[in-house]
Structures are given as structure tokens and as C-alpha cells.
Design a protein around this ligand. Structure first.
Ligand code: TRP
Length: 374
């Protein structure tokens, strides 16, 4: 049976937030503990982070640890999942360099996530070439491990699609050795892309609209109380809108029926709460306080575990080092396979050496013969 291999990762450009958590982290921990996967690799994609932080390396350097702490505190267990740091595996760059020939510039420019990111970063016409091509390096990350299950949020779909295209070209051109990956999206739609607390499409550090996994309870409370709701819902008695109302989007992502019993027993479920809000007579403060209880309950164990790991920072670096060493062995093996499939393994290719020898020996025979004839 085909092995089930998971690979996923994050750029270390900041602490991880609730969007990362529902979109991917929480799922990873569940997948890890399900025992259904043969191998799980989790990448701290620092080289990818550098593609738009070349002038800000210190930020990346600091956040490698922050992301590792976030992983561990969410329940990623280094005995079950290999956590590694991208830059420590030089073969990934090597692989990227060859894959770059299998995509066109216009294909890269069409990638919708890249387009959106370019707009957000205001690169205009000064797009770093490394940034535009990072999806190719991500294809290398995925294929170097023969990963076939990629748990991600929906913003990563274009990357997986691009990876599949590269895999097909490679396999057609050189030989069938790369595995086509499949995305694994969150089953709950609201988890695919959690909006920022300001209601903007995405939680993002640069927009300053995130709730971080490591935020203290008071900070979380303040952020939730300031959330964007329905700007036309002015008085409690006004009817309110659910669509585009951030509090309800978050409730869709986090709320379970048992939360009502615990924190808001006047309602049985989210549908009842929603219809009351739509009818009018339900204030924003009440729904925000309810959401706060739920989010605090979810974050509390994560925060506690983080405080534990923060006491053992050298150990955390050791986990990353050992994970990177383990990952490198696997990637180096794959790189050997790639090189021999592309036939750029000259020194191990005895057929090549023999053929060339023969070619030149017959050549020199001919030359010798001609000379003889004269
Ligand atoms: N691009 C991803 C992000 O921005 C991070 C990432 C890097 C990744 N390598 C990956 C995700 C491989 C999945 C698989 O979040």
C-alpha cells in the first residue's frame, strides 16, 4: 500500500495566530495523533520567509524559535512528527534550481496567492525574483519527502496545484519518480481562512489584525471586544447581519453545542443564537463575551504548555537540530534519485563513462586509420 506521508509548514515571520491554528495547526495535531500516517514532516520555512525579508533577517532568525514554541505548545510531538528548519537542508535549494526550468515566468505570475501577496507587500515592479519563485521551492519541499498529504488552508491551494504541475513535467521529461501531492483542507469551511479581527479577509501580521496563540488572556479579551461585527447593528433591538460578521465567523469555526450549556444556556445551539441576532434584540457585547469564553478555553492549555517549553530553550533548539538532521538524510537520498533520473550523476554513471570511452576510442582509431592510409 502507498505510504501516507504528510508535509506542511509555516514561514517564521511572526508568532502563529488563531488563523494558523484552525486552518492547519489543530488539524496537524489531530492527524499526528490519529496514527494513520506513516511519516509527518513539519517545516519551519525560513528560506521561504527570506524571499521577502532579505533586508530583515533578524526577524526570521527570532521567529524560528517562536514558531517552534508554538508548534510544541499546540501538541506537535517531536517523537511522532519531524520538525525541521528549511535552510538547514541545502539539497532543497538544489532541487529548486532544477524545478525552476519546469515552470514559466508567466505561470508564476498567474499564481493567485502570489498576486495577492505582491499587492499586500506593495512590491509594484520591484518583485524579488526569489519571492516570485517561492512556490517552486515549496514544490521542492513537498516532493523531496515524497509527501502526498498536505494539510493547509485554502490560500495554499495554488502552491499545491503548481507542485502537481511540476511533478507531471518532471515525471514526463525525466522519469516517473515524483509523487503528486494532495491538499487536505479543514473540514469546516470557516476554518479555511479565518478573517482578521477587523473583518479583513485574512488574519495577517502585517495587517495587525491577529489573535496570537501566545497572547495573554487580557489581550485576547480586548481584541475580541474590538472585533468587527455588523456596522448597521447600532442598537440592541436592531436586526443584525451574520454574513461578514467576524464574531459569527469565529463562532462557526470554534463553537460547539456544549459551549452553550457551559457559557450561554439560554440557547441550545449556534442556529438559535444566529436567528436571535438576525431578528434583533441581541447585543454585540453578549456574543463577544461568549466567543471570548470559547477562545480562552481553547488557548489556555496551549499557553500553559508554551510557558513550560520557554524554560528549556536549548532543548527546543536541539529538537530542531535533530529534526533537521533526520530530514536531511531523507532529502539527500531523494536528491540522489533525482540526479540519476536526470542523468546528471556523471561520476556514478558507468554507462556514460563506457559510452564516452568507446566513442573516443573509435574516434582515435579512425584518426589512426586515416593516418595509416596516408
Ligand atoms: N507557504 C506556506 C505558508 O505561507 C508555508 C510552507 C512552506 C508550506 N513550505 C510548505 C506549506 C510546504 C505546506 C507545504 O504558510
Amino acid at each position: 500500500m502507498e505510504k501516507k506521508i504528510i508535509l506542511t509548514g509555516d514561514r517564521p515571520t511572526g508568532k502563529l495566530h488563531l488563523g494558523h491554528y484552525v486552518g492547519s495547526l489543530k488539524r496537524r495535531v489531530e492527524l499526528q495523533n490519529s496514527g494513520k500516517f506513516d511519516k509527518i514532516f513539519i517545516e519551519i520555512a525560513d528560506a521561504q520567509a527570506i524571499t521577502d525579508n532579505a533586508h530583515n533577517l533578524e526577524k526570521v532568525r527570532q521567529n524560528v524559535l517562536e514558531v517552534a514554541l508554538d508548534y510544541l505548545s499546540c501538541g506537535i510531538d517531536p517523537n511522532k512528527s519531524t520538525i525541521f528548519v528549511q535552510s538547514q537542508i541545502p539539497e532543497l535549494c538544489e532541487l529548486t534550481f532544477y524545478y525552476l526550468n519546469l515552470v514559466t515566468l508567466s505561470r508564476l505570475q498567474r499564481n493567485p496567492t502570489i498576486k495577492e501577496e505582491i499587492k499586500l507587500r506593495d512590491f509594484q515592479t520591484s518583485i524579488p525574483a526569489g519571492f516570485l519563485t517561492y512556490p517552486v521551492s515549496q514544490a521542492a519541499d513537498i516532493t523531496a519527502f515524497d509527501a502526498n498529504v498536505i494539510p493547509v488552508g485554502d490560500d495554499q491551494l495554488p502552491m499545491i496545484e503548481q507542485t502537481r504541475e511540476i511533478v507531471r513535467s518532471f515525471n514526463n521529461l525525466y522519469g516517473d519518480i515524483l509523487v503528486e501531492p494532495k491538499e487536505l483542507l479543514p473540514d469546516n469551511n470557516s476554518c479555511s481562512r479565518l478573517p482578521g479581527i477587523d473583518g479583513k479577509a485574512k488574519m495577517s501580521k502585517s495587517l495587525g489584525n491577529c489573535i496570537y496563540l501566545s497572547d495573554e488572556p487580557e489581550v485576547v479579551y480586548k481584541k475580541i471586544m474590538s472585533m468587527y461585527t455588523d456596522p448597521t447593528h447600532l442598537k440592541i433591538s436592531d436586526p443584525g447581519k451574520i454574513e461578514g460578521n467576524t464574531v459569527f465567523t469565529y463562532l462557526d469555526a470554534f463553537c460547539k453545542d456544549e459551549h452553550f450549556k457551559k457559557y450561554l444556556p439560554e440557547y441550545n445551539n449556534l442556529d438559535e443564537l444566529k436567528s436571535h441576532y438576525q431578528r434583533g434584540g441581541l447585543g454585540d457585547v453578549k456574543i463577544k463575551k461568549f466567543l471570548n469564553e470559547i477562545i480562552q478555553e481553547e488557548l489556555e492549555p496551549i499557553r500553559k504548555r508554551r510557558k513550560q517549553f520557554e524554560k528549556y530553550i536549548p532543548e527546543v533548539y536541539k529538537i530542531l537540530k535533530e529534526g533537521s538532521e533526520k530530514a536531511r538524510i531523507i532529502v539527500a537520498k531523494k536528491m540522489d534519485e533525482v540526479k540519476s533520473t536526470m542523468q546528471i550523476n556523471y561520476f556514478d554513471d558507468f554507462n556514460l563513462i563506457n559510452d564516452q570511452t568507446e566513442k573516443y576510442s573509435s574516434n582515435s582509431d579512425e584518426v589512426a586509420n586515416k593516418k595509416k592510409v596516408k
